[in-house]
Write a protein that binds this ligand. Structure first.
Ligand code: SF4
Length: 447
């Protein structure tokens, strides 16, 4: 008999929508009401694949033998790395940290390929932050910078930021002004009230220009020494189109930046959601610092917040658990028996690219797909222990592979939404696979 389970949380993206109604029948999901175009195929595909619970060197193996082989590899490693963790839960992340501590590993999360610059920036200048509930109830100016939520977080606009009726925004969408800032006209830009094109690599300039305008300082036509003049620099001439080629300081977004500043200072509550368009550019931590400082400046005039758009369901949880357990949110080295943190030196992608890792344990290979080519090349040279849910193509050939249950489908757990609100996850389907936390706990016993 079909059974409908309500208030199911989805961990496909950082929105962690927890209002889905999922109908199950015969051990499969047959309907997922409220699921977006990313979530629906994910739910309907659960329990479709049944790979072996454990594999050694690409062949099905007895789980006991696979644990022994994994423990042997970890014991013999001089510089092991534990990486991933953003589709796990608090339980799995705690188990991974305990294992890293025991074997003196470096532990890092997919923040290193995403919002690591943001975490570095907020350590320097702080962050004016809020929950998504506060955005829903208060924000009348919503700015997305370097993010395309319609594509990457399909229900964000509907559920939190643009459409919902809130306590102080009773008209919903018509009471909000939505701005998209990006280097090209995205799908989300079509839904916005204003699209501001900022070329890739120029966000820092645009943000500092906004900071100056907010403080009433008129930016000069040319960048001050020692900054080199740049064609189409971030000036504020009001009539020329963006990048008209008229020369440095002329015409770049002038009117649009002035309009935006006026809206920022006069709104009742504003928020900037920022994403990979900001965090992937060179010296991105400086760009995010500028964005966070702009938001701090705006709090002299009105209520204003900054929020990171997190990609995977529990990447915010991975930051939180690592910070709670070690004092640092990513890139933590435990080789000396105490935590050391130094982005670049102890971040997984950099260590792999430099050939400094001799065994890598990946928790959630799918989320490691953003690793740079040099890091993936190193993964092909060293033994990899891979923990993946069913139906995921392995990122690289694994020396040992465990198939794990999916939190929020087969196991209860806690995932942290992109605003660091913990969301409980429910069981909707049965499975015989262990969770990643259970696999890591068994490895801990055997090392
Ligand atoms: S927006 Fe994200 S969390 Fe919400 S249903 Fe879609 S994929 Fe799941």
């Amino acid at each position: 008999m079909p059974e409908t389970i309500r208030n199911v949380a989805c961990t496909v993206c950082g929105c962690v929508c927890d209002d889905l109604a999922v109908t199950v029948d015969g051990g499969r999901v047959v309907r997922a009401e409220g699921a977006c175009r990313l979530a629906e195929p994910w739910f309907l595909g659960q329990n479709a694949a049944h790979p072996p619970a454990a594999e050694v060197a690409g062949r099905p193996a007895d789980p006991g033998a696979a644990y022994d082989r994994a423990a042997e590899l970890l014991r013999g490693a001089r510089s092991p790395l534990i990486f991933g963790l953003s589709r796990s839960t608090t339980e799995g992340q705690r188990a991974a940290t305990a294992l890293a501590d025991r074997i003196g590993a470096t532990i890092d999360t997919t923040a290193s390929t995403g919002h690591a610059p943001s975490l570095m920036a907020l350590q320097q200048v702080g962050e004016s932050t809020c929950t998504l509930g506060e955005v829903r109830n208060r924000a009348d100016l919503v700015i997305f910078w370097g993010s395309d939520p319609a594509r990457t977080h399909p229900r964000h606009l509907e559920r939190y930021s643009a459409d919902p009726v809130g306590r102080f925004v009773p008209g919903g969408r018509k009471d909000r002004f939505v701005v998209m800032v990006d280097d090209h006209e995205t799908e989300s830009a079509q839904l916005a009230d204003l699209f501001i094109p900022v070329p890739a690599g120029r966000n820092w300039e645009a943000l500092w220009t906004l900071r100056m305008l907010v403080r009433g300082i008129e930016p000069g036509p040319n960048p001050p020494a020692p900054f080199p003049k740049r064609e189409g620099g971030v000036g504020v001439g009001s009539s020329s189109p963006p990048f008209s080629g008229e020369g440095p300081g002329e015409g770049f977004l002038g009117g649009q930046l002035r309009d935006l500043v006026a809206r920022m200072k006069s709104c009742r509550c504003g928020v900037i959601f920022f994403g990979s368009g900001v965090t992937r550019e060179r010296l991105a931590h400086r760009t995010v610092e500028a964005l966070l400082q702009l938001v701090t400046d705006l709090n002299e005039y009105t209520r204003f917040y900054a929020r990171r758009m997190r990609r995977y369901g529990d990447v915010a949880g991975a930051d939180s658990v690592l910070a709670w357990q070690t004092g640092y949110p990513f890139g933590v080295n435990l080789a000396r028996g105490y935590p050391r943190y130094n982005p670049g030196e102890f971040t997984g992608p950099d260590m792999l690219a430099r050939g400094e890792v001799d065994v890598c344990l990946i928790v959630g290979g799918e989320t490691a797909a953003d690793l740079p080519d040099a890091a993936v090349a190193q993964l092909r040279r060293i033994p990899v222990i891979l923990l993946d849910p069913p139906g995921v193509d392995p990122l690289v050939p694994a020396a040992v592979k465990f198939t794990t249950a999916v939190y929020g489908v087969h196991r209860v757990g806690t995932a942290y939404r992109m605003d660091e609100v913990p969301i409980p996850l429910r069981v909707i389907l049965p499975t015989d696979y262990p969770s990643d936390g259970e696999v890591l706990g068994e490895m801990l016993k055997r090392v």
